[in-house]
Every structure is written in C-alpha cells, then in structure tokens.
Design a protein around this ligand. Structure first.
Ligand code: ADP
Ligand code: MG
Length: 344
C-alpha cells in the first residue's frame, strides 16, 4: 500500500474528515461510497449509457497557488461537470484524486474551504463524491465524473450538419480578460475585475442547458481552450466548414467597453469560460429561444455550419466576418483562430 509519501496529517483521517460526506443513503444509485477498495454504483437508467470524463488541474498551470480554496474546489468539479453538460449527460457521481503538499495537508482551513467548494456544487447537481485517491505531492486535483445519457441523444462533436446554426451560451471572454490582468498583460479596474475574476475562478457548468439540448442540438462542446479553437473540434469531427460573425459573439458589458482588439482576443481565443457552443438545425431557432427564456440563460446565434461537406483528410476552415459583414483578412483571422495548446 505505501506506494507514495503520505500527507503529514494521516491520509485516512484526512479523507474521513473532508471527503467522506456523501454516503450511500444519499442516492439509491450509490450502493457503496468512500471507504472501501471500490465504490459500487448501480447501472444507469434503462436506455442510457455512462458518460465518463476526467479533468486535471495543476498548480501554476491551471490556477495560481494563492487562489481561494473554495473557488478551486468549485472549479475542479465545474470543469468536469461542464464536459458532462457538453455531452448532454446527467451527472451521477465523481472520484477525486489529490496530490497535496504537506503545507496544505496540514492546513485545516484550506481543506475545509476546498471541500466546501466541491460539495456545494456537487449537491446542486446531485452528483455524489464516490471515492478517489490522496497522496503527497505538488498540488494537483484530478476528478473523474460519471453521468448518464441515452446514446442517440448524446451531443457528440461529429454530429454537426451543414446549415446548422452555431449558438453560444451566456457570454465568453471575461475569464481570459481576468487572466490577462493577473498575468500583468493589461489592467482592469477593481469593480470589473471582481466580476471577470468570478468567471475565471467560479465557472458555471451548463448542466440544465446540456440536458435540454438533447432534443434540440446536433453537436456541442464546452469552451475551455477558446471559442474558435473549440468550434474547430466540432467542425473537424463533423467534416464541415463554418462562418462566424465575430462581433456578434456575446461578451459582458464591461468587456464590450474595451477596444475591439482586446474584446476579440478575449472572446475568440480566450478559454476557461466553460460556456457551451452548439450547433442546431435552423428549424429549432424558436424552440431554442423559448428554452433560453425558460432557463434564464442568454443564447446567441453567432454563425452557420457551411453547406459544403469536406472529404476526409481536408481540414475545416472557419470564415470570420465583422459587424459590417466584411470577411476578416487571413493573417488576422489566423491569429484569432489560434487556441490554447499545452504543448505549444
Ligand atoms: P486503496 O489503497 O484501496 O486504493 P485508499 O487508501 O487510496 O484505498 O483510499 C481509501 C478510501 O478512500 C477509498 O474508498 C477511496 O476511494 C477513498 N478516497 C481516497 N482519497 C479520496 C478523496 N480525495 N476523496 C474521496 N475519497 C477518497
Ligand atoms: Mg488508493
């Protein structure tokens, strides 16, 4: 068993104290939770299959070491729930694997806040903490979340169809805008920063929207690495091109007041907003607008999947247009189309 250094506090006391609150009686589907060699989870409801996703957050790569631990707990789960949302899946449970430096393993305030951030979001979506692993090491949080979805209704990336509208939920760009301030690329005033930072540090997974889109959308992706780059994943998988009206991409009132260049950079290239970008047949426009009102989430049409289907091997292209309907010239367009890549 001792395959790695143990946290100073005692691994089992730490798990027991901070990460074993969800117990079996909280859900009929969790037959056995934290504390044994495996959790036991009942199969999904009839007609559904499991949707499984993992996302890892590493200190100084995905977050700053001094980030509020409650927000960090929230975000670690939120990015995973966001993947379930982008698949149209309903959350069931998650595993939490932690590498903790001793300074954190012995810091009860940090651990309490971190677990509170996780549990608050987990409870909101009835997603149960089923188990995990805990080891000493540089601060790293890995979550594997499990959901369920009928396979024919899953919002797979390869399901976009020519002539589909391209939609986006709420607003994008604030997370990148806040990050730029924290990295010293530009300055944001205190009030605007509070709002933008919330979008960076406490993103909202669009679970209800994902579920409602099962019958309305063809393909979806959550925006983690930048709108245009993420949209490209859909287009590539669906072998289509697209046109996007970049000045129609919804941004916050604060970001709207910034220069065109900054607004475009943050909203088109910036990641970490965890909004959904999805494609849907044009005949569903009014149903999607009704859904937007019902959920209280702004949904905006920003483009079209182009008519021409690509033959395999050809790469997808996105034509970008400004607010006067002018095509954005190539070098600028290529700059906007670059998205985040950990190994570049
Ligand atoms: P094993 O040695 O069998 O892998 P562990 O000693 O790693 O078991 O974990 C003991 C129990 O605590 C297991 O049920 C595991 O799922 C759970 N667990 C470990 N770390 C966490 C964590 N960070 N959050 C929730 N449950 C955890
Ligand atoms: Mg283990």
């Amino acid at each position: 068993m001792p395959k790695h250094d143990k946290p100073f506090l005692g691994e089992f006391e730490l798990i027991q104290k901070y990460f074993s609150r969800h117990q079996e009686n909280q859900s009929p589907s969790l037959i056995l939770g934290v504390g044994d060699d495996c959790a036991l989870l009942a199969p999904p409801s009839e007609g559904s299959v499991l949707a499984i996703t993992s996302d890892m957050l590493v200190e100084n790569r995905h977050f700053f070491g001094n980030v509020d631990p409650e927000s960090l707990g929230h975000k670690a789960l939120a990015v995973n729930l966001s993947d379930l949302a982008a698949m149209g899946a309903k959350p069931m449970g998650f595993n939490l694997s932690l590498a903790l430096p001793n300074s954190i393993a012995t810091n009860s305030t940090w651990l309490e806040k971190f677990s509170r951030g996780i549990y608050e979001l987990a409870d909101e979506h009835q997603c149960l903490l089923m188990g995990g692993d805990t080891t000493a090491g540089p601060l790293t949080i890995n979550i594997t979340a499990i959901g369920e979805v009928p396979p024919d209704q899953a919002l797979c990336r390869n399901q976009a169809k020519p002539n589909d509208d391209i939609w986006i939920s709420h607003e994008v760009g604030d997370a990148r805008w806040a990050l730029g301030h924290l990295r010293g690329e530009w300055r944001i005033n205190a009030d605007d920063l509070t709002l933008a930072r919330k979008r960076l540090e406490k993103p909202t997974p669009r679970i209800q929207l994902g579920l409602a889109l099962r019958n309305l959308a063809h393909a979806a992706i959550d925006i983690s690495d930048g709108l245009l780059g993420d949209l490209k994943h859909i287009l590539k998988a669906s072998q289509c091109n697209a046109s996007v009206w970049i000045d129609q991409v919804p941004v916050s009132t604060q970001l709207k007041q910034q220069s065109t260049e900054l607004r475009r950079l943050c909203s088109l290239q910036g990641g970490d907003d965890y909004e959904l970008c999805f494609t849907a047949p044009q005949e569903n426009r009014s149903a999607i607008e009704t859904l937007s009102t019902a959920l209280g989430i702004k949904l905006t049409r920003i483009g079209l999947v182009d008519f021409v289907e690509l033959s395999s091997g050809q790469t997808s292209t996105i034509k970008l247009f400004d607010d006067t309907n002018q095509l954005i010239e190539n070098s600028l367009a290529n700059q906007y189309l670059k998205s985040f890549d950990h190994f570049r």
